[in-house]
Design a binder for this molecule. Structure first.
Ligand SMILES: Cc1cc2nc3c(=O)[nH]c(=O)nc-3n(C[C@H](O)[C@H](O)[C@H](O)COP(=O)(O)OP(=O)(O)OC[C@H]3O[C@@H](n4cnc5c(N)ncnc54)[C@H](O)[C@@H]3O)c2cc1C
Length: 440
């Protein structure tokens, strides 16, 4: 019987998976494949590795089996195709710089044996490159992009295929060990966990999302980023539920806007692959930065003496995740109080986050560093003390992660405790460094 390969990558689910639906509809047996690519595996921190393995185990359990290969996908996919005599390889398209090149290499090898690499769908509601202005160009700025993205619209989710003739009776590598680092608690992985978490949030958390989303003490966001990262749920599924939600429209629309940020950054990165490693606005690349040293280590370890910064960095260490508002605060602190190039912080985040995503992470950092797509006419420097007071007013978040401040009275809690720098001084320094390159 003819065979098709379903090559899973960042789409570890069976529901709302158009590539899988098409593979199943071909009438062929479907070989479920995952290739553990050393280039991606070795650059992932242990929390992310551990999460991926758990997600793959969940997928394997759903299907009944999974063919795993380790190595360069360009060789491994072609090898599996040859062994199975497969006639098609189905994938969801990848738009990241590495994924685009990898898929082109795979396609070239498959072309030699006349097997097509069939791209169906993507990890986005609207694939990068599709939202264009009237001149046919991509948007440079978020707000008009988001308006046009909404206007463009997206397809309805597709059902999981009712019947797939799976065939996993091929040699399969065993997955490596990835022990969860001590003290880290990871979310439950897999499609079922993603759907359960999403539905709970849609029923109980969404209604107040617009009001509370900036409050790390309230745990008022969806925590869906890790599930979106691995494609355990498709954003279209979420958008379809949002359209039917009876939560207040302001809250629903705010959530839709956050999903639009994810799509915007993917769009920007697809258009400017260099922005994964280079300054999106090159002007700021010339700014004077300090080499990372002891202060960088203190930042990583949550020992800066600024309570909200330390709480965030310790949350990252404990959970492989950090609240969005606090990501902005700690990033600003690294770039503007410690004068360290954003790329050092972005690399540390990519290592540490379970939801680490090249587009959202690099552009989240560039936004904070002032070198990204943001059109702010001034150089924004977050005040970590004011931010703490405003977004963690009772200090609940700080006390959750900074054990030594648990007994600290509220009127002293937000002030620095043995700080490694003086914020007012470093703010002046940051603005002076900015002035030196601003008019270039
Ligand atoms: C410096 C920095 C680094 C970041 N790195 C990442 C990263 O590696 N991976 C990642 O998924 N997000 C990243 N973000 C964006 C954001 O912080 C996370 O998506 C969010 O905190 C995830 O929590 P949540 O799922 O509860 O979000 P919710 O508030 O519930 O939002 C719902 C979804 O919308 C998307 N989203 C929300 N905010 C953003 C945003 N600012 N940019 C892009 N997408 C967004 C995410 O997919 C998120 O899951 C970063 C932000 C900053 C400032």
């Amino acid at each position: 019987m003819a065979c098709s390969v379903m090559w899973f990558r960042r789409d570890l689910r069976l529901g709302d998976n158009p590539a899988l639906l098409e593979a199943a509809a071909s009438g062929d047996t479907v070989l479920p494949l995952f290739v553990l690519d050393p280039r991606l595996w070795d650059s992932a921190g242990r929390p992310r590795q551990a999460y991926l393995l758990a997600s793959l185990e969940s997928l394997r359990a759903q299907i009944g089996g999974l063919v795993v290969r380790c190595g360069d996908p360009a060789q491994e996919v072609a090898r599996v195709v040859a062994e199975a005599g497969a006639s098609n390889v189905y994938i969801a398209a990848d738009y990241g710089p590495y994924g685009t090149k990898r898929d082109a290499d795979v396609q070239r090898n498959l072309h030699d044996v006349a097997v097509p690499l069939v791209r169906v769908g993507s990890p986005y509601a609207v694939a990068p490159g599709r939202v264009l202005n009237q001149q046919g160009n991509s948007y440079q700025v978020f707000t008009p992009f988001a308006t046009a993205w909404r206007h463009h619209g997206w397809r309805a989710p597709v059902e999981a295929p009712s019947q797939v003739k799976w065939d996993w009776s091929y040699e399969s590598a065993s997955l490596p060990e990835a022990r969860v680092p001590d003290g880290i608690t990871l979310p439950t992985a897999g499609e079922e966990a993603a759907l359960t978490k999403w539905r709970a949030f849609a029923s109980h958390g969404l209604a107040t999302y617009d009001v509370d989303r900036n409050r790390p003490d309230l745990d008022a966001t969806s925590r869906m980023s890790v599930h979106l990262k691995w494609g355990e749920i498709h954003p279209r599924t979420m958008l379809a539920d949002l359209a039917l939600s009876d939560a207040p429209e302001k809250a629903v629309d705010r959530f839709r806007t956050e999903l639009a940020w994810r799509e915007f950054y993917a769009d920007v990165l697809a258009r400017r692959p260099d922005s994964a490693t280079e300054y999106y606005r090159p002007q700021l690349a010339a700014m004077a930065y300090d080499e990372p040293g002891d202060q960088f280590v203190a930042w990583q370890e949550g020992r800066t003496g600024f309570p909200i910064v330390d709480a965030g960095m310790r949350q990252l260490r404990a959970e492989g995740w950090m609240h969005n508002r606090v990501r902005m605060i700690v990033a600003s602190f690294l770039v503007k109080d410690l004068h360290i190039d954003w790329r050092h912080g972005a690399r540390y985040f990519m290592d540490s986050l379970v939801d680490a995503d090249g587009a959202s992470n690099q552009h989240g950092w560039q936004w904070v560093a002032g070198s990204g797509t943001d059109a702010a006419p001034y150089y924004r420097v977050f005040n970590p003390i004011d931010q703490g007071k405003k977004f963690d007013p009772q200090g609940v978040y700080i006390k959750r992660y900074v054990a030594e401040l648990r007994d600290c009275p509220l009127d002293e809690l937000h002030r620095p405790h043995n700080p490694i720098v003086d914020h007012a001084e470093e703010r002046r320094e940051a603005l002076a460094r900015y002035e030196a390159v601003r008019s270039r």
